[in-house]
Design a protein around this ligand. Structure first.
Ligand code: FES
Length: 166
């Protein structure tokens, strides 16, 4: 991993932007990486401007590596003011462009952010809009970490036993 890349990620996660649940979100997308087990959830709020629907605000939560957190933070800033169609055109690399060239082992981290965004963009928004607090849609990633449940993304979470004694 290049020193520059590491420094940019560290700078970005020192003060991540738009982290946390959005209670009045219009759309929510959650994805998990089967490879590393990390998860990203993104909330979107839309507004109308000049007859167009645009993204007014985006927030995220992540149980992921530093790169995923940095990329999600950058992405929520970058998509603000874009139409859903414009945001859907953006790749993970576009969304995390400020991090600079990504080491090959970190490309999937930005892909996870792209997938969370696409999941939110493709979610039901009109009938009725999903709210973070609605039943069936866990309010936070922590809610998703119920060992008895499967996340909406289909990721099954397996918790390790704290007590290693047999
Ligand atoms: Fe899994 Fe970065 S290592 S998202």
């Amino acid at each position: 991993m290049s020193h520059d890349f590491h420094e940019r990620v560290e700078n970005s996660i020192k003060n991540p932007k738009n982290m946390g649940e959005m209670a009045d979100a219009d759309a929510i997308g959650t994805v998990g990486s089967p490879g590393c087990g990390d998860m990203v959830r993104m909330w979107l709020k839309y507004k109308s401007e000049n007859g167009k629907r645009i993204i007014d605000k985006a927030t995220f939560q992540s149980f992921g590596c530093e790169t995923a957190i940095a990329a999600a933070s950058l992405a929520t800033e970058l998509i603000r003011g874009k139409t859903p169609e414009e945001a859907a055109q953006m790749s993970g690399t576009d969304l995390a462009a400020d991090l600079g060239p990504l080491p090959p082992t970190k490309i999937h981290c930005t892909q996870l952010v792209e997938d969370a965004l696409r999941s939110a963009l493709s979610g039901p928004q009109a009938d009725p809009p999903p709210k973070a607090s609605e039943a069936g849609s866990p309010a936070s990633l922590m809610d998703s970490l119920n060992p008895e449940s499967h996340d909406a993304s289909g990721v099954k979470l397996v918790f390790l036993d704290d007590d290693p004694t047999p």
